[in-house]
Design a protein around this ligand. Structure first.
Ligand SMILES: Nc1ncnc2c1ncn2[C@@H]1O[C@H](COP(=O)(O)OP(=O)(O)OP(=O)(O)O)[C@@H](O)[C@H]1O
Ligand SMILES: [Mg+2]
Length: 293
């Protein structure tokens, strides 16, 4: 059914019934915004989740600067593939498991992260071999298909020997369980993964480059505007779009921050849309120099 506010997605239009304060809370709440480039990444990850088990499972590395939306993508992918939980027995099946490569990388640390992500808090002080058996047993039992690892560049924080061990362990898990890996990280992550040539060969790569004046950026802006609960449609000129790119240096996080700030102002002052002059007057809290540039 068509809704009254055609400049918004249906779920965003519903938010217009809320009070101003609640609408502002919604803007601040980091609601997922679906934009075409994110969709392409989610489709690539989804293919891995649907891939039949083979001896050499394909994997995917997604690189991007800090603030390009990697962790948001990871969360969305996991939300789209939720575990099947039996209220009495716990997790029954889980296709996708997210972990973070924490500060000090190592074999035991990796196993501990996996156990923690599974909600298992026993055995975290066991020896590496026992932990490995526990991880293999549990991941087999839930039928894990994709292990998703955020902050993969942290592997580089270890010594050469530690790095080799972590990469070996990832390759071992992938082989033993026929798992696909999805790794997120900044550009350095490529170097981390390339430390194991055999592992690296299984990875397709996707890079989230900073936004520039391209149709993809316009699509992002259209998606953002369709998801901001404002009563009036916002139409921004090419000049405003360029200015947004300049102030934000093409970083997804800053673009969202800017647009959310402007939407909140538009709710507060009753203008109910984002205007070129509001973009022009906006001053970033993150880097005053970018404005002067
Ligand atoms: N699809 C999206 N929908 C809504 N907000 C988003 C989206 N993508 C990114 N953002 C905004 O950008 C911010 C930064 O995203 P995120 O934390 O995923 O970046 P990152 O690439 O993981 O950065 P880092 O490398 O520093 O961890 C988010 O907190 C959110 O405000
Ligand atoms: Mg992140």
């Amino acid at each position: 059914m068509k809704h009254q506010f055609e400049h918004l997605t249906a779920s965003t239009a519903e938010l217009l019934n809320l009070s101003n304060d609640l609408r502002i809370r919604e803007v601040q709440s980091e609601r997922w915004v679906h934009y075409p480039r994110a969709k392409a990444a989610l489709v690539a990850m989804g293919r891995l989740a649907a891939h039949p088990r083979t001896t050499r499972m394909p994997s995917l590395a997604i690189y991007g600067d800090s603030g390009m939306g990697k962790t948001m993508l990871m969360r969305k992918f996991c939300e789209d593939h939720p575990p099947i939980v039996d209220p009495r027995k716990g997790i029954e099946r889980q296709q996708v498991l997210p972990i973070q490569m924490a500060g000090k990388p190592g074999e035991r640390q990796l196993f501990a992260q996996i156990l923690h992500a599974l909600g298992v808090n026993q055995g975290l002080r066991s020896g590496a071999v026992d932990m490995q058996f526990a991880v293999i047993r549990l991941l087999k039992a839930i039928g894990l298909q994709v292990l998703v690892i955020d902050e993969v560049h942290n592997i580089l924080a270890g010594s050469a020997r530690e790095q080799r061990i972590v990469l070996n362990t990832l390759r071992y898990l992938s082989n033993e369980l026929n798992l696909s890996l999805v790794c997120f990280g900044v550009a350095d992550a490529r170097e981390a993964i390339s430390g194991d040539a055999q592992l690296a060969r299984r990875f397709d790569e996707l890079t989230l480059t900073r936004w520039s004046s391209t149709p993809a950026f316009e699509e992002l802006m259209i998606s953002i505007l369709r998801n901001l609960p404002l009563r009036e449609p916002s139409v921004l000129t090419a000049l405003s779009l360029r200015r947004i790119l300049q102030i934000t240096e093409g970083l997804t996080a800053r673009i969202f921050r800017l647009m959310n700030d402007l939407a909140i102002t538009a709710i507060e002052n009753g203008v109910e849309k984002i205007t070129d002059s509001a973009v022009d007057q906006w001053r970033p809290p993150f880097d005053a120099e970018a404005v002067a540039a």
